[in-house]
Design a binder for this molecule. Sequence first.
Ligand code: PEP
Ligand code: MN
Length: 262
Amino acid sequence: VSRKKKEADTVLDISGATVGGARKQVIAGPCAVESEKQVFTVAKALKEQGIDLMRGGAYKPRTSPYDFQGLGEEGLKILRKAGDTFGLKVISEIVSPTDVEMAERYLDVIQIGARNMQNFELLKEVGSAKTPVLLKRGLSATMEEFLFAAEYIVSRGNHQVILCERGIRTYEKWTRNTLDISAVPILKNESHLPVVVDVTHSTGRRDILLPCAKAALAAGADGVMLEVHPNPSVALSDAKQQIDVSRFETFMKELRSSGLLE
Ligand code: PEP
Ligand code: MN
């Protein structure tokens, strides 16, 4: 994934939507797929904002085993249906190597979550797949560990990888994680792969999503990711950090008026 091996930026073509080229992308959607109604409500709002890529977790790697674990394959079906209905490409996390083949039937992008960045068997499996991969930085992963994780995928033949900075663990408690903005120019300098920043999981705070998204794009990120839910207060996961549709519309309007997003 090093620049030394390929000077030009990799531009991914995800079923017609580009990641890594001139068009900066906003990847949005609920933390977890909860129901068809919930996903369709968000999908409609995304489409109205000209979004290409929708996220939504079907396999949720929750810190507590007693929390909602996701709808599994049923969730992927809902996501695919919403994607087809509204013309959106869909992204979802897979946590088990044995689910990769099944997931390829539903998804445009397979997400590898922070907790699985060094699940090498999973990385090898998605490396042998044909579906593009969004790889999240591990909870306390160094740049070298992150890039070697990407190397696991690319070395198996799947060159379609997006790197995602999602905050790292530090002593700071006022944010959920610490957004490492310096990771963006470092990754862009070292690697030809596209880089996006998940502003929701890196901050865990709705009130600073916009300035963090601006910072990410200004630092050279190819896109940002954020969580949008029709009614965050009743969300089955990450209720405190998701934003509702009206806040999302304001976010998009302000990000566009900053000139950092088309
Ligand atoms: C997610 O994006 O749904 C998620 C669980 O994030 P992370 O793996 O970065 O914690
Ligand atoms: Mn979440």
